[in-house]
Design a protein around this ligand. Sequence first.
Ligand code: HEM
Length: 366
Amino acid sequence: MAQTQTALPRVERKGLWDRIWEALDERLALHALAYPVPEYANTIPYVLGGITLVGFGVLFATGVLLTQFYHPHPDAAHDSVVYIITQAPFGDLIRSVHFWTANLVVITALLHMIRTYYTASFKRPRELNWLVGVGLLAITLGFVFTGTVLKWDQEASEALAHNKEIAEMLGVWGVWFSSEWTRSIPLLTRIYSTHITLLPFILLGLVAVHLFLIKMLKISPQPTKTARAGDSYPPGEKMARFDIHLRRMIGFGLILFAAIVILSFFVPAPLGLKAVPGEEVTKPPWMLLWLYPIEDVLGVGGIIYGGIAFFGLLALVPFIDRNLWLAPSKRRAMLIAGAVVLLVLAALIVYAFFTVPVTHTLEGVP
Ligand code: HEM
């Protein structure tokens, strides 16, 4: 008699990666990241903030490696940077990646700010998040300044001379930035602790608030002709998923990281000679260079006035542009004003780049 074959139920064989994913998902609820976001939120202009975040991740990682070899004392700092470049394993590469990523992060943060300005994303109900962004930009420039001092070369010593003079001008408000605050620890050492603890803590706090507000308020609607501040997405808006946004942000971030590693091989981060006290012959890095011509005219105080003017203007943006429309065609005056500010900044940087360095600080006066 012929045997009847009973079909066994097919057992789905899962690959290793599927099983790892499922185990992680079960414990970390990763599927919750697949919530809906508008499709345009996954395009490059809307991923610039995320790329900046990835850049900060690279800065943290390379920064931690650099601290293993950096010596934050005026007598040893420059030599320790030379040690990093010449002796520490991959030291020159890690330092250069840190340096170039810092440059990139300033560029992507500025482009991200320009995007949010153009799309009027600072309007109701996102005014506070714009202000948090202004704080993030200030902290980013704070990193650039303190990082410049840490190399302890000629440029660094001149930057510190500016720091001291501004501290004196600010009187009681500047005492924390002065050598007088504590005589037992050199100012360079305190600037180091600011660079590796205080600024990262403030940055993390601001980033947490920034991301929380984006999650709660959702990404701003597209600035179409009819879109108004406070509107939700129009019916028929094409939706995608946030996990795609995350993948794009990490993907673009990694491509830029690879480009920076290649750049770092060919163009290592610069380091000047040990400082000659009392000399003033260098200029600040490009991110702070726009302040240089202002200083030419107003002296060191120009840094305070220029800084207050720039950040004050940025902070006022949501309170000046109060019309409800999001479309660029209905906000022409604001867009022209923004373009003028950008052009002035660019012109100041180019002018400062080509002028001969001059003495601004009293320490620099022979
Ligand atoms: C410097 C570090 C910064 C980081 C890491 C960061 C990160 C982000 C991220 C991840 C987003 C989500 C959307 C996107 O990527 O475009 C975002 C949105 C936003 N950011 Fe930033 N940001 C920074 C600086 C700034 C600055 C300087 C401003 C403006 C002054 C700003 C204002 C905003 C606003 C208003 C939104 C909401 C955009 C919308 O709803 O369309 N951010 N930020």
